[in-house]
Design a binder for this molecule. Structure first.
Ligand SMILES: [Zn+2]
Length: 261
């Protein structure tokens, strides 16, 4: 299976505007790149150069319209999404794929989001959809459930070496279905603060995002499992934000790490 085929067809990139745009452009370039599979985006091929210049015919950006005064409208309207949906079925111009970036996808009104559902669920094999938003909460649950959610941070802070190590270990044990070892691993983390546990979850989600787009080996886990683990990391972070005790969260992790959906 090539790297490109392993990429998911629909992503939600949630975070500050600048950061999420950077991330969606990198993903789009990776998807469209014609360079060697292990070096995408290569930055050198015809496709990468067209993306960088903003003239790739198979990279489409959908944004809010502007009014007569040049001010951005408040919403993305249903007719814009209908247009996207019908153009999605037209074959790519240049290469094998086409990518749509929906800027401010969080401003799609409910009708627009509903018009999107069918395409999000079953896009043509050559189509990828990247939805940028401040927070995934702006999107309907039916939209969220059809996409891989990736949180993008403003100042990209690298996780600490410890957090990364713990996250690696957690994923190793989850991949190996090592339930007993997982229990002793999570028990051993009983003294971690909420902050340290949050960092573990963030590091794990970063690793999972890289596994999902083929930058890291997937530890032989299918995509559905990687997505389930990624959602578990979201849940972990959310619980900790709402002051659920670290011990309780660790208990949840030791069980739900093995859930397949
Ligand atoms: Zn390239």
């Amino acid at each position: 299976m090539s790297e490109t085929q392993r990429l998911s067809h629909a992503y939600i990139l949630a975070g500050p505007e600048e950061a999420r745009r950077q991330r969606s452009l990198t993903l789009a370039k990776t998807m469209l790149c014609e360079g060697p599979a292990d070096r995408r985006p290569c930055g050198l091929c015809r496709s990468c150069r067209k993306c960088a210049r903003g003239v790739h015919p198979d990279l489409q950006l959908v944004t809010r319209r502007t009014d007569e005064k040049g001010k951005l409208k408040r919403e993305i309207y249903v007719d814009q999404i209908r247009e996207l949906v019908s153009s999605a079925w037209i074959l790519p111009n240049d290469g094998e794929r086409k990518v749509y970036i929906v800027a401010d996808a969080g401003t799609m009104n409910p009708a627009a989001q509903n018009a999107f559902l069918k395409l999000l669920e079953e896009p043509p094999a050559f189509v990828s959809l990247l939805l940028e938003c401040d927070s995934a909460d702006q999107l309907l649950e039916t939209v969220r459930s059809r996409c891989v959610l990736e949180h993008v941070r403003g100042e990209e802070t690298e996780p600490s070496a410890e957090a990364r190590e713990r996250a690696e270990r957690f994923l190793d044990l989850a991949a190996a279905e090592a339930r007993v070892s997982m229990l002793s691993f999570t028990n051993g983390l009983g003294d971690l603060s909420g902050q340290e546990l949050t960092e573990l979850a963030q590091a794990a989600r970063g690793l999972l995002a890289d596994m999902l787009c083929g930058r890291l080996p997937d530890r032989k886990m299918p995509r559905t499992r990687l997505m389930a683990l990624s959602r578990l990391m979201d849940k972990t972070e959310e619980y900790l934000r709402f002051n659920v005790s670290p011990k309780h969260v660790l208990g949840m992790l030791s069980v739900e790490a093995f859930e397949k959906e």
